[in-house]
Design a protein around this ligand. Structure first.
Ligand code: PEP
Ligand code: MN
Length: 357
């Protein structure tokens, strides 16, 4: 259940409502106050409430209206907000402002190496992806590696190098955060926080990204074997903890066939557009694990309606310290961007045609 509050609710009416809710729900049931598009909303699990109780709540002075939802996720639901959320990135220093999602946005490209390896590697890649037309730079400073013997990333030094690349190129940067305690540090340097597939259900991390991200958006990657509902509930943790700027990223899910690294679930893109107002971007690099498949899946993702792509690009993929097999070259990136522009023109024409019909 969502209780939408009057914008000018008096504090005594608000207090009375909270008291009533605590009486009805009992002391163990979480009652969350959040804000979506400037509207104050109280979210709770209203399954047990009968119609008289719902009526009583809707009659409280502080309440504008009540929205009942069948889904366990609420604040991220399209039932609450039909219009797509536009996530604003990069409002600082010299960096460009990038809009991800929303009614007027065109698909964006985030490109860069899997991991920040050195100053030269990250600056060379940043300049090259910018020249190719990318909108943002990616690069892992803290790397979640399957083996403890693999390169683990440069840590805070990697964050500093990303910030330097932003200063020089103007590209906002995205990088992964793995620990709740590091959310503020990563947010200090980055423009978007990435929560990786292995941490999609790391609830303390989700809460920290909701509370301490210094206003930075969060890109939440789909868990290795997560259902769409689990994924949206993970997003709900971030939004209900105070950060409404969440981007979902489909990066493939585990299956039985090892020919590709994962299975790219592209059907989730139009499905998520039915279920949630959050923007959806696609990562064909981790989804396929094979650079030769990335361009085709990139085209398919844009045609499926994704609000953007995140692509692993390396100046010399064969020497990459991490995920070289799936990393594309700058030339391949350039041709993906050209194709993406053509496909998004067709998509726009299609939307205009269906608006006229
Ligand atoms: C990455 O983006 O480099 C990464 C580790 O992604 P994922 O969490 O999807 O595996
Ligand atoms: Mn990677």
């Amino acid at each position: 259940m969502l209780i939408l509050m009057h914008s000018e609710a008096r504090s005594e009416d608000r207090a009375q409502l909270m008291e009533l809710l605590c009486r009805i729900m009992g002391s163990h049931q979480p009652i969350t106050t959040a804000s979506v598009d400037g509207q104050e909303i109280i979210a709770l699990d209203g399954k047990q409430l009968n119609s008289e109780t719902c009526l009583l709540l809707s009659q409280q002075e502080a309440v504008e209206r009540i929205v009942m939802l069948k889904t366990p996720y609420k604040l991220v639901s399209k039932v609450l907000k039909a219009e797509q959320t536009a996530v604003q990135v990069g409002q600082r220093g010299h960096s460009t402002i990038v809009t991800i999602g929303g009614p007027a946005a065109t698909p964006i490209i985030i490109a860069g190496p899997c991991a920040v390896e050195s100053r030269e590697q990250v600056l060379t890649t940043a300049r090259a992806v910018k020249a190719a037309g990318a909108n943002m730079l990616r690069g892992g400073a803290f790397k979640p590696r399957s083996s403890p013997y693999q390169f683990q990333g440069l840590g805070v030094e990697g964050l500093r190098l990303l910030a330097e690349a932003r200063e020089e190129t103007g590209l906002p940067v995205i990088t992964e955060v793995m620990e709740p305690e590091l959310v503020e540090t990563v947010a200090y340097y980055a423009d978007i926080l990435q929560i990786g597939t292995r941490n999609m259900q790391n609830f303390p991390l989700l809460l920290a990204a909701g509370r301490n991200s210094l206003g930075r958006p969060v890109m939440l990657k789909r868990g290795l074997s997560a259902t769409i509902e689990e994924w949206l509930l993970a997003a709900e943790y971030i939004v209900s903890a105070g950060n409404p700027q969440v981007i979902l990223c489909e990066r493939g899910i585990r299956s039985f066939d090892s020919q590709t690294r994962n299975v790219l679930d592209l059907a989730c893109v139009p499905l998520l557009h039915e279920l949630t107002h959050l923007p959806v971007i696609v990562d064909p690099s981790h989804a396929t694990g094979r650079s030769e498949l990335v361009p085709t899946m990139a085209r398919a993702a844009i045609a499926a309606g994704a609000e953007g792509l995140i692509l692993e690009v390396h100046p010399s993929p064969e020497f990459a310290l991490c995920d070289g097999r799936q990393s594309i070259t700058v030339e391949q990136l350039q041709s993906i961007i050209r194709e993406m522009q053509l496909i998004s023109q067709i998509m726009r024409a299609r939307t205009e045609l269906s608006a006229v019909a």
